[in-house]
Unconditional design. Sequence first.
Length: 277
Amino acid sequence: MLYHTSGKPLGLVPHLKAPSLAISTQLQHTLQVSEHLKKSGILKVTLDFPDNQSRYLEQLIRSLHSHHGHQLPISHSSSRGWFWDVRPSSTNFQTANHQARSETMQEFPWHTDCSYENPTPRYFALHVLQHDQFGGGTLSIMNVEKLIERLSPETREALKRNEYQIITPPEFVKDANAKPIVASILSSDSEGKPIIRFRDDIFKPLSENASRAFEELIKALSAAASDPEVTMHLTAEDLPKQSVIMLDNRRWLHSRNVVNDPSRHLRRVRWDAILFG
């Protein structure tokens, strides 16, 4: 059982245990992971074995690729491959001369991963190698479908138009000659459910209607952040060392508060990139 920071029960979040690395390639386990991600778009896995190299995730995603049609992970940048270390660093950056937000102890506002690319990764996972031991680094996640219900019909339609320029952060540039994409913020998946791509600081509305819709979305995000019907806050108690959390990157927004522990260390992987909408 996971809980909101208010102490109100959130309800059961899908949770599996991995007793050994071998389970990552077992067909039954892979099927369970696939079904949970399809149904709810969220899954926690507790690893009952040491895994400092994140071999569980590597082998699981290869199995999802082989048996359930998931695309293999995307690279993070021109210099980093499948995995990215989310931990504070003031000098040793994973992309030369560029410090990513994940390499600071600062908060992350609401966003989806890799919103500056198309295709975008459908899923991402975080492997907790060391949780924050001083009460910081809480991962918050927001249900997109419930958020969109709070927007006016006019705003929803405006957010579905290709009227937003999206700039790639310098630490994630893969092609120095690539231009910013122009795309929508909202779309629908194959079942007609709303999906989102969003990161406030790299999106630029290109029309007055787009600007108004963008502002309404920002206000809705702020209001929904404290609503337990829309948002979960997962503390270090919920996601201790050797936890893995997997999320549908288009059906859940996520954010993080300030990190208090400089030894906090997560590892991220993004996979199953498909066209947005």
